[in-house]
Design a protein around this ligand. Structure first.
Ligand SMILES: Cc1cc2nc3c(=O)[nH]c(=O)nc-3n(C[C@H](O)[C@H](O)[C@H](O)COP(=O)(O)OP(=O)(O)OC[C@H]3O[C@@H](n4cnc5c(N)ncnc54)[C@H](O)[C@@H]3O)c2cc1C
Length: 210
């Protein structure tokens, strides 16, 4: 998978929001150390977390499976614009057969499928991809063929989320009890955050041992 951070809100917007409550603007330092300490104290420690909602992050997420997308989409406090299978499935039509199961075909299929550590699962995925391709080359419409897509089929989306909701997402999805692929996604998203923002989220990320 590939994650790109497209845009994010400056920390000083959040500290400005907090200082609005006390009208203490003169104490600010334009997103510097004092403002960072304030955000951590009020937003995180005092749980006045609505102030974190002023920080927004826009990501471009590429190459996750539709299984992972289904879980990501459960996070209602976020906005998603997803690559449409209805409009883009023709991408498979230009492809040669994906069978038999061999290194070459597997490598070609990686453009379309998320593979697992289990070969039997990967073989089943490849067969499903080939079945889908066969439907498309006899001109069955995308709107019907999409019902035969495997959950491993790759997708991409623009994902926008505020810091409060991102804390919730990272806490739930970096946990050992989350699905392996969304755990990788959560870790990668955290790593793509601007370094000066990571303090807001570092306590939400599950340790490797947890
Ligand atoms: C390990 C794991 C296993 C899971 N297994 C399943 C499963 O088997 N089946 C399944 O259906 N889902 C499952 N889920 C998904 C889970 O139930 C949530 O839908 C998902 O994690 C999104 O969390 P959320 O509601 O906190 O996030 P968001 O939807 O982003 O909501 C953020 C917060 O807003 C508040 N909120 C949002 N909507 C409401 C509302 N209607 N009423 C009150 N407060 C609201 C809550 O405080 C919530 O935490 C699983 C999640 C995890 C992490």
């Amino acid at each position: 998978m590939e994650i790109t951070l497209l845009n994010y809100t400056d920390l000083k917007i959040c500290s400005h929001a907090i200082r609005t409550c006390w009208q203490s603007f003169e104490k600010g330092d334009n997103g510097g150390e004092k403002d960072i300490e304030l955000i951590d104290r009020v937003g995180n420690k005092f749980k006045h977390a609505s102030t974190l909602e002023h920080l927004n992050y826009n990501f471009y997420i590429q190459g996750i499976s539709r299984a992972c997308l289904q879980e990501l989409a459960r996070h209602r406090m976020a906005s998603l614009s997803v690559k449409s299978s209805r409009y883009t499935l023709k991408e498979l039509k230009e492809e040669e057969s994906f069978l038999p199961f061999c290194e070459d075909n597997l490598n070609r299929a990686k453009k379309f499928l998320v593979f697992t550590e289990n070969q039997a699962v990967n073989e089943a995925s490849l067969m499903a991809l080939e079945n889908l391709r066969k439907l498309l080359i006899v001109n069955i419409s995308n709107d019907l063929a999409k019902f035969a897509m495997p959950e491993s089929y790759k997708t991409e989306l623009t994902w926008s989320i505020n810091a409060r909701s991102l804390q919730n997402f990272l806490a739930l999805r970096s946990s050992k009890s989350a699905l392996w692929e969304i755990r990788i996604l959560a870790k990668n998203i955290y790593e793509k955050l601007p370094q000066e923002h990571q303090f807001i989220f570092e306590n939400c990320i599950a340790k490797e041992s947890e």
